[in-house]
Design a protein around this ligand. Structure first.
Ligand code: LMR
Length: 397
């Protein structure tokens, strides 16, 4: 049976880590996969996480199964972190929440949930979007279409084109995938006025907003980064949200995320919860526990929570500073092309805006690893490699 199988091309993002590890060039720089790195190039465990783990080692007294939706306490806390504690959809009990294996797990659970509610529904994703959005949605049975998002000439969101496409191309019951903040791969986000205009259109046309927020806290702040989705949740009757603790708690391999379904009534929220739980049961049965226990330990303890917020602030500021430093370093190489857009974008990513041949040279001649689309992870820069990266960019331009 298995001789009919064909090999699948390597993952365009994750495979970069393999290539980077194999490279023997001492000057190699990893700007590929979206993980935060500190000044030494290390993805360290956050201090608040270590403290919570120490506490769990003493206090955790069972490894019995958790439920299909994971820890109720985690789900309640994460719904508040994402939507804001006083959001009207929480007061109205209009939410169903499940702890999931990472943000990707949440994306898949929600895609399957949509496919139950409307088999084969069309999901409109921005062009570009995170490369894995498309296979995740398709493997749940959904149909993918694209709306224009990033204008590579102005290096900003092409909002007029985006809105025009959503207005004319979509039909009632279609789903619109939006990035909550820190757009992956472009770093170009909607401003609040644009969120509101998008929410108005979605409501008027009877579309379902599907917000992926994988980088909350890495842009402007935990509340600031969620402002767009909170506004959306205020404006529409139904919505789904996939959120991740991979980046803002540094829990990547612990696979900790949340699937949130907002419904028009509290009765529908119970129906949605039972449907979501049943999909989870038929898939992975229940989520892994450890990462969520760490997160709820931190969020439920004011001291640990403050420690985590302070650490996150340092991470966020480092990325913002690196954005300015890269722009300056490229300028210092005598490059006339304007790269200042990198400073105006947010989160871990920006497109360099170089072509495929230049990306190839950066990787193969300079050992500067970036995604084929020219996406760089700013957090991979540090004081030891930033001048080298700028020099390499200047060399390939
Ligand atoms: C990325 O975009 O680099 C991250 O979200 C990691 C991944 O799984 O692709």
């Amino acid at each position: 049976m298995f001789e009919s199988l064909r090999a699948v091309p390597a993952d365009p993002i994750l495979h970069l880590s393999v290539l980077y590890r194999q490279d023997t060039n001492p000057k190699k720089v990893d700007l590929g996969v979206g993980v935060y790195k500190d000044e030494t190039g290390h993805t360290a465990i956050m201090e608040a996480v270590s403290r919570a783990e120490e506490r769990l080692l003493v206090e955790e007294d069972t490894k019995a199964y958790v439920g299909m939706a994971g820890s109720k306490r985690f789900c309640d806390l994460l719904a508040q972190v994402t939507l804001g504690a006083d959001h009207k959809v929480l007061a109205g009990k209009r939410v169903a929440v499940a702890q999931t294996p990472g943000g990707s797990g949440a994306l898949r659970v929600l895609a399957e949930f949509i496919n139950v509610a409307k088999p084969g529904a069309t999901v409109w994703v921005g062009n570009p979007t995170w490369a894995n959005h498309i296979p995740v949605m398709q493997s749940a049975g959904l149909t993918i279409k694209q709306y224009p998002y990033y204008n590579s000439r102005t290096r900003t969101v092409d909002f007029e084109a985006m809105l025009a496409s959503l207005e004319t191309d979509t039909k009632a019951g279609d789903v619109v995938l939006l990035h909550g903040c820190c757009h992956n791969p472009s770093g170009a986000d909607l401003n609040l006025e644009q969120w509101q205009a998008t929410a108005d259109l979605i409501k008027a046309k009877g579309l379902l907003p599907y917000v992926d927020i994988a980088y909350q806290g890495l842009g402007e702040g935990m509340d600031e980064d969620a402002a767009g989705l909170r506004l959306m949740a205020n404006s529409v009757p139904e919505m789904v949200i996939a959120s991740s603790c991979s980046k803002n708690f540094g829990l990547y391999r612990e696979r900790t995320g949340t699937a949130i379904i907002i419904t028009s009534t509290s009765i529908n929220a119970s129906l949605a919860q039972s449907q979501m739980n049943s999909l989870i049961r038929a898939n992975y049965s229940m989520p892994p526990s450890h990462g969520a226990l760490v997160v709820e330990t931190i969020l439920a303890d004011p001291k640990l929570k403050q420690m985590w917020r302070d650490e996150l602030k340092i991470m966020r500021k480092r990325i913002t500073d690196l954005r300015s430093q890269l722009v300056d370093a490229i300028k210092a190489e005598g490059v006339e092309q304007d790269f200042s857009f990198i400073e105006r974008q947010r989160g871990m990513f920006s497109f360099l805006g170089v072509n495929a041949e230049q990306v190839d040279k950066l990787v193969n001649e300079h050992s500067v690893y970036l995604v084929g689309s020219s996406r760089i992870n700013l957090a991979g820069l540090n004081q030891h490699n930033i001048a080298y990266v700028a020099k390499s960019i200047a060399a390939v331009l």
